[in-house]
Design a protein around this ligand. Structure first.
Ligand code: SF4
Length: 370
């Protein structure tokens, strides 16, 4: 079983962010931990939910729970009846670099965190300020040193690409600076403009020019070339890992394994039904405080949903998809266009193919659905 906890708190909203977050100057750590415990009681009532092989604290900014808060949350989860954490579980926490002090990293390691995923995004001071990030250009290096010295030897960093060209950010320089830190894993995010964000408003007013599609493709392919040459596996459309350091938790989503999510906006999946919690913190808090299930909605996967998901999830990873008689012709065409490679009756997209993931997945789904 895989378990995700959404910790929604952030110090401020980044200019491009439309995630479910709660901006707080003071983090209501104990209220939140009580809320997660109440949610699990309301939903499972002590029934056996299985042994967790991965546990992921995402957000938001889980590192805002502080050095002690993370330990208290993990202790509380371990004490939930019916829930156990495997001894060799991958326990990941997302962190902002400025929160990763030597003291905090040591406390998190002692609490059981063995993988840290850091929102670095860029090493360019102008770009960081424009994104409303709260860390400076050197913070990532200090944070990785603190994490490693504390014994957290599996460190992932997030980088954002396709920033507006007017910022003058060099993607190549940022990739090289990232490699100099020797992370175990790198996740890429292509900037998208969401309407209800500061960036959405700046763009609507004509104050910001989005990166053209060509820049998106050039930067994505440069990342692929640079990181693969540095010894990373490009194992999923947006993720790169050194040997044996791919994210076990995220890989479970791509394999359509069942998972439980707790906290505002968190999704859960039991193999056929996907459900999600109240998106915003306050409605979620009120429901769990009243000992109610904080359900926001659910859907049962139909057969056609399942076909579409199998295709999309298969194509997004380097494992690819087993080629069927129906789609062999299409795969051969993709191979001729250098969008896919065929090996031992499996079709895997190339980096060029991943640039077209949505349209290729839609075409293959349409073929398999008839
Ligand atoms: S730190 Fe992450 S979740 Fe928080 S506002 Fe920034 S992008 Fe959004």
């Amino acid at each position: 079983m895989h378990f995700y906890v959404h910790v929604p708190f952030c110090a401020r909203r980044c200019s491009y962010c439309d995630f479910a977050i709660a901006v707080r100057r003071t983090i209501p750590t104990d209220e939140f931990i009580d809320g997660v415990a109440s949610e699990l009681k309301a939903r499972f009532g002590g029934a056996d939910v299985g042994e967790l092989t991965t546990l992921y604290l995402g957000g938001g900014t889980p590192s805002k729970l502080g050095s002690d808060g993370v330990g208290r949350l993990l202790d509380r989860l371990r004490s939930v009846p019916g829930l156990t954490v495997a001894g060799d579980a991958e326990v990941t926490m997302e962190a902002n670099p400025e929160d990763v002090t030597p003291e905090a990293a040591a406390a998190w390691r002692a609490a059981g965190i063995n993988r840290l995923s850091m929102g670095v995004q860029s090493f360019n001071a102008v770009a960081l300020a424009w994104m409303h990030r709260t860390h400076d250009a050197d913070a990532a290096s200090r944070a990785i040193t603190a994490a490693r010295e504390a014994g957290i030897d599996n460190v992932s960093i997030d980088l954002i690409f396709a920033l507006p060209p007017d910022l003058g950010r060099s993607w190549e320089t940022d990739l090289l600076k990232a490699l100099a830190l020797q992370p175990d894993h790198i996740s890429l995010y292509g900037l998208t403009v969401e309407p209800h964000t500061p960036l959405g408003r700046w763009t609507a007013r004509g104050e910001v020019t989005e990166a053209p599609e060509e820049q998106y493709a050039v930067e994505y392919l440069l990342a692929h070339k640079t990181l693969v040459a540095a010894g990373f596996d490009h194992y999923e459309v947006s993720n790169f890992a050194k040997a044996s350091k791919s994210s076990r938790h995220n890989s479970s989503y791509w394999q359509r394994s069942p998972y439980i999510g707790a906290g505002p906006s968190a999704h859960s999946f039991d193999g056929s039904v996907r459900r999600w919690n109240e998106r915003e913190y306050e409605p979620w808090r009120q429901k769990v405080a009243a000992a109610a299930d904080p359900l926001g909605g659910s859907e049962t996967l139909t057969e056609s949903n399942a076909i579409a998901e199998d295709v999309y999830l298969g194509l997004r990873t380097m494992n690819g998809l087993a080629v069927t008689e129906v789609d062999a012709g299409m795969m051969v065409e993709w191979e001729k266009s250098a969008w896919a490679g065929l090996r031992k009756d499996r079709g895997r997209l190339t980096a060029e193919g991943w640039l077209r993931l949505d349209s290729l997945a839609a075409a293959l789904t349409a073929l398999r659905s008839h």
